[in-house]
Design a protein around this ligand. Structure first.
Ligand code: PRT
Length: 207
C-alpha cells in the first residue's frame, strides 16, 4: 500500500490533507483501504513534497493566523514546496489556530509592545478562568442538543470548546511546551482501528 501511495505523490498528498481536515471523510476513506496501518504510517512520516491550501492571501502566508482570514474571498495555495524546506510545518485549520495560540504565549514572555488586547493571552495568564470557560463551553455544547438549538449553534459551541481546550493544551507542562494537537490527532488516528467498547473491555482492571 505504501508503495502504491508513493507512486501517486499528488494524490497521496491530497488524501492526507482530506483525512486530516475532514476526519469523518478520512475515516470512510481509511476503511476503504484494506491496509490501514500503511496509511497511518504514511501520514505520520509525511510526504516528500506538499501543496498547502490556505484561506489567507499569499502575502499573509508567513503569518497565517486564522484571525486574518475573515476577509479572504477565495481559498488559494499559499505554500508549495518540499517538506525538507526549513521550518515547514503543514498547516490545517487546527494547526494554524495552535500556532496563533503559541504566538500569544510567546508574546506574553516579551515586554509589552502596546499591541491590542488578546483573549488568548488573558486565558493563558489565568488558568482558573480558562478551566471555568472550558466547563461552561462544554455545558453550552450539550445544551445545543438538549434544547435543540440547531446546527449553527452546535458548530459555534464546538468551535468555542475546541479553541478553549487548545489553549489549555498549550499550558500543559512538559518539553518543549504544552501538548501538541498532533499528539491528540495521533491518539484519535490510533483509535480508528478499535471500537470504544472493545478498548474499554481490554483495559486492565482498576487497582
Ligand atoms: N477561536 C477563537 C475564539 N473562540 C471564542 N473566542 C472568545 O472566547 C470568548 C468567549 O467568552 P464569552 O464569555 O463571550 O462566552 P460565550 O459562550 O461565547 O458567550 P455567552 O454564551 O456566555 O454569551 C469570547 O471573547 C470569544 O470571542 C475566541 N477567541 C479567539 N479565538 C482565536 O484566537 C485568535 C487570537 O485571539 P486573541 O487572542 O483574542 O487575539 C483569534 O483570531 C481566533 O482565531
Amino acid at each position: 500500500m505504501t508503495a502504491f501511495l508513493d507512486g501517486l505523490k499528488w494524490d497521496k498528498n491530497s488524501l492526507v490533507a482530506v483525512i486530516v481536515q475532514h476526519i469523518d471523510t478520512g475515516e470512510v476513506l481509511m476503511q476503504a483501504f484494506a491496509d490501514r496501518a500503511a496509511i497511518s504510517e504514511t501520514m505520520q512520516t509525511g510526504t516528500c513534497w506538499f501543496r498547502e491550501a490556505s484561506l489567507s492571501a499569499p502575502h499573509a502566508a508567513a503569518d497565517a493566523a486564522p484571525s486574518t482570514d475573515a476577509g479572504a474571498s477565495a481559498p488559494c495555495v499559499a505554500h508549495e514546496g518540499h517538506h525538507e524546506a526549513p521550518e515547514h510545518v503543514p498547516r490545517t485549520t487546527l494547526l494554524a489556530l495552535e500556532r496563533t495560540i503559541a504566538q500569544r504565549r510567546e508574546a506574553l514572555a516579551k515586554p509589552s509592545d502596546g499591541s491590542k488586547p488578546s483573549w488568548t493571552a488573558r486565558l493563558l495568564g489565568n488558568p482558573e478562568l480558562l478551566c471555568k470557560k472550558i466547563r461552561e463551553e462544554a455545558g453550552e455544547l450539550c445544551q445545543t442538543l438538549e434544547a435543540n438549538e440547531g446546527r449553527e449553534r452546535a458548530a459555534s459551541e464546538m468551535a468555542d470548546l475546541l479553541y478553549h481546550s487548545m489553549v489549555l493544551l498549550n499550558l500543559q507542562a512538559g518539553p518543549p511546551r504544552g501538548v501538541e494537537m498532533e499528539e491528540v490527532l495521533r491518539v484519535l488516528r490510533k483509535r480508528f482501528t478499535q471500537s470504544g467498547l472493545e478498548e474499554k473491555a481490554a483495559r486492565p482492571p482498576k487497582a
